[in-house]
Write a protein that binds this ligand. Structure first.
Ligand SMILES: [Zn+2]
Length: 176
């Protein structure tokens, strides 16, 4: 397993729409990528990571909402999920607001309004169809990660002022 580099905004891959994983791509290499993404997520530490964040513009997500559960208890691996080509197929009517942060948008937190209950359809590492429902923090995490697949980061939800402050700071940061 290997730790991968996490890209930070602004980066063109982070604002691009990721493409679907094709049937011939469900290989041991995909399994390895998912495992490396999970290792990178835990090391960050984070509760979700989408492939565009590591420079791979495909519809792939790893998440483990339980790693930073609503009760503050860290249960590593219990809720770990590998999602390929995920899609939200059902949404509840209730909304939830959460102060979100993102590994690709360092030092910025943003309150985002999302759906409280979702049903997600996806393929696992072997290409088998799966379904999973999420509520509360888990639903927030999954919607955040799926945003990344459409080139959307927290900056989209930020005020113009907050966004320009962030971008100014990134420009000045060493290595940028
Ligand atoms: Zn993110």
């Amino acid at each position: 397993m290997a730790l991968l580099d996490i890209l930070t905004a602004p980066h063109p891959v982070l604002s691009a729409k990721a493409r679907a994983v094709t049937a011939d791509e469900f290989t041991p290499a995909l399994q390895r990528l998912l495992e490396d993404m999970a290792e990178t997520m835990y090391a960050a530490p984070g509760v979700g990571l989408a492939a565009p964040q590591i420079g791979d513009s495909r519809r792939i997500v790893v998440a483990d909402p339980g790693f930073e559960g609503e009760d503050g208890a860290r249960k590593k691996g219990v809720d770990l999920v590998f999602m390929v080509n995920p899609q939200i197929v059902e949404r509840g009517a209730e909304r939830i607001q959460w102060e979100e942060s993102c590994l690709s948008v360092p030092d910025l937190s943003q309150n985002v309004d999302r759906t409280k209950r979702i049903l997600v359809r996806f393929q696992d590492a072997k290409g088998e169809a799966q379904e999973r429902s999420y509520e509360g923090f888990g639903a927030v995490v999954i919607q955040h990660e799926l945003d990344h697949l459409d080139g959307v980061t927290l900056l989209k939800y930020s005020s113009l002022l907050k966004r320009s402050r962030y971008l100014q700071k990134q420009k000045k940061a060493p290595g940028h």
